[in-house]
Design a protein. Structure first.
Length: 237
C-alpha cells in the first residue's frame, strides 16, 4: 500500500500531499507532490528523490500573490507561482552535480502593529513587529490579538533560510541564506552568507533561527550552530 503524507500550511490556503513513486529496480524512488489550494488540486510535480518531499515546499506571499520555494530536483531550489487554478515554474537554480541539496526551508512571518505611548505628556506612535518564532506554535502566532491602531495582517520577510548539504557532505545539515527581494524580477539569490555553518543534529531549521529582535531597520538575528571541540586542546571547528 502506498503511503500518502499530508502537510497543511496554517495561515495559507495550501495543503500538499506526497506519495512515493517506484522507479526501476536499483534506482531511487521519486516523490509525487500534489498541491491543493482551498481544497482544489491546482498542480503536481515529481521530485527526483525519495525523501524530504513535504519539507522542500514552502509557500509565501508577495504583494498579495502566492509563491512557493520548492525542490523538484534534489540538487536545486526553485520558486513556483501559485495561481488559483494552476502552478507556474517561476525562477531559480538549475540542476547541478555540485548543487546544494535542500531538506528544509523557513521564511519568517511577522505582524506589524501600530501603538501609542505617553512620553513626557506627549503621545507618540510607534510600530511593533511580532515574529512567528516568538510563539510556541503557528496557531498561537496567527490568533494573537495585538490591539493595533491599524488593521494587522501577516506578512513574510523578503529573506529566508535553507538547510541541507552538498552531495557527499551529509553527516550534518548546513545553513544557506535565501534573498527573496527580487522574486518579482524572477531572480532567486541563494548564498552561503554565514560561511560553512553546521546546524545541530537534534534541532530543525526553524529552531535554529531567532529573528525576534528583527525589524526592517534593525537587521540583527540570532543563529544556532554546532561546533566540534577537542577536549584535550580546546581546538574548535
Amino acid at each position: 500500500m502506498k503511503t500518502t503524507n499530508i502537510k497543511k500550511f496554517l495561515g495559507t490556503p495550501f495543503i500538499i500531499e506526497s506519495r512515493a513513486v517506484k522507479n526501476a529496480h536499483g534506482t531511487w524512488d521519486s516523490t509525487k507532490i500534489s498541491i491543493f489550494r482551498d481544497d482544489i488540486l491546482i498542480g503536481e510535480y515529481l521530485r527526483n528523490y525519495s525523501a524530504h518531499g513535504t519539507d522542500t515546499f514552502y509557500p509565501f506571499l508577495i504583494n498579495d500573490e502566492w509563491y512557493a520555494l520548492y525542490s523538484a530536483c534534489y540538487t536545486a531550489t526553485r520558486v513556483m507561482k501559485l495561481h488559483s487554478d494552476r502552478i507556474e515554474d517561476w525562477c531559480g537554480e538549475e540542476d547541478s552535480t555540485l548543487g546544494f541539496c535542500p531538506v528544509d526551508f523557513y521564511i519568517p512571518r511577522y505582524k506589524r502593529s501600530t501603538h501609542t505611548a505617553e512620553i513626557d505628556g506627549e503621545t507618540h506612535t510607534y510600530d511593533r513587529y511580532s515574529v512567528d518564532c516568538e510563539y510556541m506554535n503557528e496557531n498561537e502566532f496567527l490568533t494573537d490579538e495585538l490591539y493595533s491602531l491599524t488593521p494587522v495582517k501577516v506578512e513574510y520577510t523578503d529573506f529566508g533560510f535553507m538547510s541541507g548539504c552538498v552531495w557527499g557532505d551529509d553527516t550534518s545539515w548546513k545553513l544557506q541564506y535565501i534573498d527573496l527581494s527580487k522574486i518579482l524580477e524572477k531572480k532567486l539569490i541563494i548564498t552561503d552568507k554565514f560561511g560553512y555553518w553546521e546546524l545541530p543534529h537534534k534541532l530543525n531549521l526553524k529552531e535554529c533561527i531567532n529573528v525576534s529582535d528583527w525589524d526592517p531597520v534593525n537587521n540583527w538575528i540570532e543563529l544556532t550552530r554546532m561546533e566540534h571541540v577537542n577536549l584535550k586542546t580546546g581546538e574548535r571547528y
